[in-house]
Design a protein around this ligand. Structure first.
Ligand code: C2E
Ligand code: CA
Ligand code: CA
Length: 395
């Protein structure tokens, strides 16, 4: 059996040669995707060992290439970034029609990889699965949507999309992170909120340009943002009509541009993850591979929260403000929140409680172990200058 490996870490080569040799397999080792692809086309492998972290490219791009080329060889995925990411990558590869033999955490590779290689026999090629039917855009009166969309497009071009920032604090009130929330400042000074802008941008196909405009403003504000010493800057991403490649490219620019200032956290709403789960899985895995943190927004109000937690490599969960608002309405609400926190603890998810408006809520949440809080008690979304004034030197 011929094993072909792509891993940019040269130290892996010796280990893999040892494993392969012991089991009587040949190993063709490549450190770059270009060399790997060329070799796979000329020497069809019996099994591919694929590292997910490749520096410039990610292993997911190689998965996509294998699927596009119809190369349905058995695949073993490798990653040093943990089981959640491996599990999502495995789902992505399987749904692309590839036959995944295993997903191995490099931390336990010495134990987990040899048994997989010992069992390898070539598989018959599998047909790729049927593409999921994409959701039709929501029905809207065409003329009104076009008119509103046109105006929104103009506003975006004129640079009127503005980031507001809401503080996310520790239990002692010190600033730790901030969430970026989109606003539109009209020429007469009126500021429109996200509910007036985002659904329209989504339904008119403008959401990507809006996000791009927003990210540009964030990059331009890097110096002021750096003063705040934030651990994370959170941005919301719409997964309606998702273009994984373009969205990933936008976040990559933001991550690179804000390097040295703060980490980027991407918040996805759980209801959205149903829209086109393969694309959303791909996006989630790509973002984690690029180094972004991934938060499930509005946890608890959709129908698929737990399912989505299993499917995507989230590292953070944001408890929806409705849970916090109902906290003292019943004994059950308190117990439910406590159960959610226990679940997060065992899944090693960081928790942010949203919609904290009262001192009593703050006290209960901190007592229950939540260490990041967001809500009007600490500050509504505001322009960056106001946030800086409010929190300068507090962290
Ligand atoms: P979200 O991501 O859940 O953001 C939190 C929302 O709760 C914000 O509304 C914020 O102003 C509000 N909020 C914060 N603290 C409190 C509180 O203590 N009590 C109450 N009642 N509300 C609080 P906002 O800014 O109107 O945003 C609404 C939604 O629009 C956001 O919900 C998010 O899903 C979406 N959104 C905002 N900006 C963007 C963006 O740039 N891109 C995308 N795709 N969606 C965005
Ligand atoms: Ca959010
Ligand atoms: Ca939320």
């Amino acid at each position: 059996m011929n094993l072909t490996c792509l891993d940019d870490d040269p130290r892996m080569e010796r280990t893999l040669r040892r494993f392969a040799g012991r089991l009587g397999h040949g190993l063709r080792y490549h450190a770059t995707a270009a060399a790997f692809k060329e070799d796979v086309l000329s020497h069809p492998p019996g099994l591919v060992l694929l590292d997910l972290e490749l520096g410039q490219e990610t292993g997911l791009e190689v998965v996509k290439w294998l699927a596009d080329k119809g190369i349905h060889v058995p695949l073993v995925l490798l990653s040093g970034q943990g089981d959640a990411l491996l599990d999502t990558a495995r789902r992505i590869a399987s749904a692309s029609g590839l036959s995944v033999r295993g997903a191995v955490n490099k931390a336990s590779m010495v134990r987990d990889l040899p048994p997989l290689l010992a069992r390898v026999t070539p598989l018959p090629p599998r047909a790729p699965p049927a593409k999921p039917v994409s959701r039709a855009p929501p029905a809207k009166p065409a003329s009104r949507a076009a008119l509103d969309g046109e105006r929104l497009a103009e506003h975006i071009c004129e640079g009127r999309i503005e980031p507001f920032f809401q503080p996310i604090v520790a239990c002692d009130g010190s600033l730790k992170d901030a969430e970026v929330l989109t606003r539109l400042r009209l020429p007469d000074g009126t500021v429109l909120g996200a509910p007036q802008i985002i659904p329209l941008a989504e339904s008119t196909g403008l959401i990507l340009s809006l996000t791009e405009a927003l990210f540009k403003r964030l990059l331009a504000a890097k110096a002021e943002l750096s003063e705040l010493s934030l651990a994370h800057l959170s941005v919301n991403l719409s997964v309606a009509q998702l273009d994984v490649a373009l969205t990933t490219a936008l976040v990559r620019q933001l991550l690179e541009g804000l390097a040295g200032c703060c980490e980027v956290r991407v918040e996805l709403t759980e209801s959205a993850s149903l829209a086109d789960s393969q694309s959303v899985r791909e996006l989630g895995a790509q973002l984690r591979l690029l180094g972004a943190s991934l938060a499930m927004d509005d946890f608890g109000i959709g129908y698929s929260s737990i399912r989505a937690l299993a499917e995507l490599p989230y590292d953070t969960l944001k408890i929806d403000l409705s849970f916090v608002a109902e906290l003292f309405d019943s004994n059950k609400a308190e117990r439910l929140l406590a159960a959610i926190l226990a679940m997060c603890d065992s899944l090693e998810l960081k928790v942010v409680a949203e919609g904290v408006e009262t001192e009593a809520q703050r006290r209960w949440l901190c007592g229950a172990g939540v260490d990041r809080l967001q809500g009007y008690l600490f500050g509504a979304p505001m322009p960056l200058a106001d946030l800086t004034r409010k929190f300068r030197g507090s962290g």
